[in-house]
Design a protein around this ligand. Structure first.
Ligand code: ATP
Ligand code: MG
Length: 583
């Protein structure tokens, strides 16, 4: 079921076709439908889409797919895309979410210009539409309790039963509905239902509830209303009010489409076309807001912007770029069948983007002290280092070199296995941008046997990293000058879940049973090169040989914190794993 891209895409998936800038230009079945409608002269040549979040949580990478699709489809056909808050459930919604959603859509690189709308702005109009429906004999006030409504609805294999209140007169319904609005009845005591067909094979058509009584202050309309319209009533009508031409939504709404169409037909108003696509699922990730809320509220993560969260906030704090996310959304394509995308594809898109843009620096996560015995005490050389080999315009910088350095603890083995080419007693390696050094001595803690310091000799003729006598070394290590380096904290992240499909666990288990206890490792004694003294939050770097890192907002002057955005591919880890497997 898992695939690098979207295995379910079939014919309808992304079709690479080479865009003007050499990158593949993708088109998808939604864009094809829109193009056909345009060609057929529908909607007077207009294309108008919308992104309709409910403000009950932060946006996640799945929403990014929907945002890219809605804004992207409009942009590609010269159309418009609205941002509309689907705010009909005040008990779960909050202005915090209204604000964060706008910031996140903008951060992703999309602009609704002056087309920011709220379904709650249509409450009066939606109420009047409901009155029309009652007048047409197509809606009734039902006094069954919520449990009874459920019982009467039937099941997939069993027809529903008609409510005893179904045949109330239009007058009685109008009166009761007005009194529901006026607040005469307690919460949950009555609902307004569409009068459709209790025998329909589609359960959504069995007299669905379109208004409920709910006394809850709304973040925009305050206490003006004590009845609220349901999603099914609100969504299509809001699309119609805004003149949306193509209402793009996820597959679970396919079975709601007959109801979407029915409401618009009964009212005889402008009728947008609903198109469904498969929602994004990612391996090792949950994307349901209900589950993400639990992770936040129960403290399994530090908040909505925890860098392990698949939220836009989390990805941003982790160091993702909007370009990487948009490129990922392009590459996975848009399909009609649900499938799970391999999270490594997302990481691949990220590496590809950061490789182009991230300046290279040297940092040591687990430092091991190295003394170059034959290097003059007090001497400091400024060595030239390349900022980004992928981007010559990024230039070079100076990195100080001195007698005392730190290297990565794992770059030394006292007793190296055959395939380990880095530093070991008697062995020579290259220090990046600096010299060849040879390990001449090892200092250990007498109590624990732990290696605490290395002694090395450098070859002054190898400055810059090459030996005039053509001598070769098999490894190049990164390093920092001990007295010049700055202390730093590094937060290393791994998948939040230990299983590929945390949504798909045995009935007796919960997705939280599979939280990865090792998803965060904090290293507090890292050392980074001095050029990072003025690194500002959110700036991204490649730590040479280690991965991409980004400055966390928790950083303070003199106490800089880095998030590991994504590791570089580690070939040694692969070899070691292979070796272990052979043992
Ligand atoms: P909930 O989980 O609370 O039902 P939701 O994830 O559907 O909510 P909405 O705020 O209703 O969240 O989503 C806004 C839009 O984003 C909808 O059009 C929805 O279909 C789309 N969307 C949500 N999740 C995904 C996903 N995983 N992949 C693609 N689109 C998504
Ligand atoms: Mg939804």
């Amino acid at each position: 079921m898992t695939s690098p891209a979207n295995s379910g895409s079939g014919k309808e998936g992304a079709k690479p076709s080479g865009g003007p800038d050499g990158r593949p230009e993708t088109s998808n079945f939604v864009e094809e439908i829109v193009a056909e409608d345009l060609k057929a002269g529908k909607n007077g040549g207009r294309v108008h889409t919308r992104f309709p979040p409910e403000p009950n949580g932060y946006l996640h990478i799945g929403h990014a797919k929907s945002i890219c699709l809605n804004f992207g489809t409009a942009a590609k056909s010269g159309g418009l895309c609205n941002l509309r808050f689907d705010d009909t459930n005040p008990s779960k919604e909050d202005v915090e979410y209204v604000e964060s959603i706008q910031q996140d859509v903008r951060w992703l690189g999309f602009d609704w210009v002056d087309r920011l709308f709220y379904a709650s702005d249509y409450f009066e109009q939606l109420y009047q539409y409901a009155v029309h429906l009652i007048q047409a004999g197509k809606a009734y006030v039902c006094d069954l309790s919520p449990d009874e409504v459920r019982d009467y609805r039937g099941t997939l294999t069993e027809q529903g039963k008609e409510s005893p209140y179904r045949n109330r007169s239009v007058e009685e319904n109008l009166d009761l509905f007005a009194r529901m609005r006026a607040g005469e009845f307690p919460d949950g005591s009555r609902v307004l239902r569409a009068k459709i067909d209790m025998t329909s094979p589609n359960i959504n058509m069995r007299d669905p509830v379109i208004y409920r009584i709910l006394r809850h202050t709304h973040h925009r309309t305050g206490d003006a209303w004590c009845i609220y319209p349901t999603y099914d009533w609100t969504h299509g009508l809001s699309d119609s009010i805004e003149g949306i031409t193509h209402s793009i939504c996820t597959l679970e709404f396919e079975n709601h489409r007959p109801l979407y169409d029915w409401c618009l037909e009964q009212l005889g108003i402008y009728h947008p076309r609903q198109i469904e696509f498969a929602r994004l699922e990612l391996t090792y990730t949950v994307l349901s807001k209900r589950k993400l809320v639990q992770l936040v509220e129960e403290g399994h993560v530090r908040g909505w912007d925890d860098p392990r969260m698949p939220t836009i906030r989390g990805l941003k704090r982790r160091g993702y770029t909007p370009e990487a996310i948009r490129n990922f959304c392009d590459r996975i394509g848009v399909a009609k069948f649900n499938s799970v995308v391999d999270i490594r594809l997302l990481e691949h898109c990220l590496r590809e983007d950061l490789n182009r843009r991230a300046p290279r620096v040297m940092a040591v996560l687990r430092p091991l002290r190295v003394v170059i015995d034959n290097y003059p005490e007090g001497k400091v050389e400024e060595l030239e280092a390349i900022n980004n080999p992928e981007d010559p315009s990024a230039g070079t910088r100076k990195v100080p070199f001195s007698r005392e350095l730190y290297i990565e603890r794992e770059d030394f083995r006292e007793d190296p296995p055959k395939e380990f080419f880095r530093l070991a007693p008697g062995r020579e390696v290259r220090l990046r941008y600096a010299y060849f050094v040879k390990c001449t001595g090892v200092v250990k803690d007498p109590a624990t046997g732990e290696v605490t310091e290395l002694h090395c000799a450098y070859d002054p003729a190898t400055r810059g990293g090459d030996s005039p006598d053509g001598r070769k070394v098999k490894a190049t290590l990164h390093w920092v000058s001990a007295p010049h380096s700055l202390p730093a904290e590094a937060r290393l992240y791994d998948h939040l879940f230990t299983v590929e499909h945390p949504n798909d666990v045995e009935a007796s288990r919960d997705f939280k049973d599979y939280l990865n206890p090792q998803s965060l490792e904090v290293l507090t004694s890292c050392r980074v090169e001095p050029s990072l003294a003025c690194a500002t939050p959110e700036s991204r770097y490649q730590f040479e040989r280690l991965g991409y890192f980004c400055v966390d907002p928790d950083s303070k002057p003199g106490a800089i914190v880095f998030n590991r955005t994504v590791a570089l591919r580690d070939t040694w880890a692969k070899i070691e794993k292979g070796l272990k497997a052979k043992q």
